[in-house]
Design a protein around this ligand. Sequence first.
Ligand SMILES: NC(=O)c1ccc[n+]([C@@H]2O[C@H](COP(=O)([O-])OP(=O)(O)OC[C@H]3O[C@@H](n4cnc5c(N)ncnc54)[C@H](O)[C@@H]3O)[C@@H](O)[C@H]2O)c1
Length: 337
Amino acid sequence: MAKISVLGAGSWGTALSLLLFNNGHDVTLWSALPDEVNMLREKREHASKLPGVKLPEVMEITTDLERSLKDPDVAVLAVPSPFTRSTAHQMAPYVREGQKIVNVAKGVEEKTLMTLSEIIEQEIPNADVCVLSGPSHAEEVGKGLPTTCVVSSRTRETAEYLQSIFMSPVFRVYTTPDILGVELGGALKNVIALAAGTADGLGYGDNTKAALITRGIAEIARLGVMMGAKAETFYGLSGIGDLIVTCASVHSRNRKAGYLMGKGYTMDEAMAEVKMVVEGVYSAKAAKGLSEKYEVEMPIINEVNKVLFEGKPASEAVMDLMLRDKKVETPMLPWED
Ligand SMILES: NC(=O)c1ccc[n+]([C@@H]2O[C@H](COP(=O)([O-])OP(=O)(O)OC[C@H]3O[C@@H](n4cnc5c(N)ncnc54)[C@H](O)[C@@H]3O)[C@@H](O)[C@H]2O)c1
């Protein structure tokens, strides 16, 4: 049994705290929001975010960050990406040397273009920062539906330790050393999901969705490889796996926000309707910034930015994607002639 602190009591933090508790660990759930902690202590359920998923009475739920970080074997950081830096900053004074912190949020910081693990390492230099990602909607993990993820760490030993902590008969975990690839796949798929949702809202079909998923992972991988990540990672759970689920699932808030924009909502109206942090909107600008910094062509990401921030009609963006210059699908493969 390990002692685990889950920091962030939204949908994902709540679902993971139950998964880890059911795996036999001693789990504390922390939230920055006193009202949320009071509600969770009283009702043992996050009715607005994860209805029907009950937390056990014995699980400690607290706003006390110092206490949460006193001596956990593992800290799981599950706050949405816009709060990763501020939460890591608050954590720093209480984190002991070598503390394993598993980031499970997905995003890239708009201003600095840093990944979330880079942000955590900057704020808490003495921590051992790892990542868990993959196609894993909290609603389904909360219900115990079979799910697969990947955990990434610098060392095999830590990755295998975390694999054994999270793994259960309904939650299968793989390992990889490619932290950067895992993080980029998780962050950038949200931008493609906005496009996939918009296509649904416009009434386009499955062909369009498949095109966005396939060409989307191609541009994410192109960028990732230029940044030093491994191509293989993008064809795994945290890459194409997460992209498929996010573009197709009814649970995806990014897809839903995109759908509303396809139906004519503005970005602000769509975000207000979804009532949750739509991380793809934040990651879209960062993705564009990365594509410019690394001089990688990212046509879908580019068009999503134009629709989100320049008022370009989505149907026009689709037409511009369809009418780009003719391309080879496999630029690295040689021809016979
Ligand atoms: N929901 C999922 O299915 C899922 C699955 C995998 C990964 N993720 C990732 O996990 C992260 C969290 O997602 P979520 O679905 O739990 O989001 P969420 O919108 O449900 O999280 C909201 C929670 O964030 C916390 N919070 C709010 N304001 C805060 C502040 N100022 N400082 C610190 N914490 C604050 C509160 O606990 C609040 O309940 C995201 O990056 C998401 O991409 C989510």
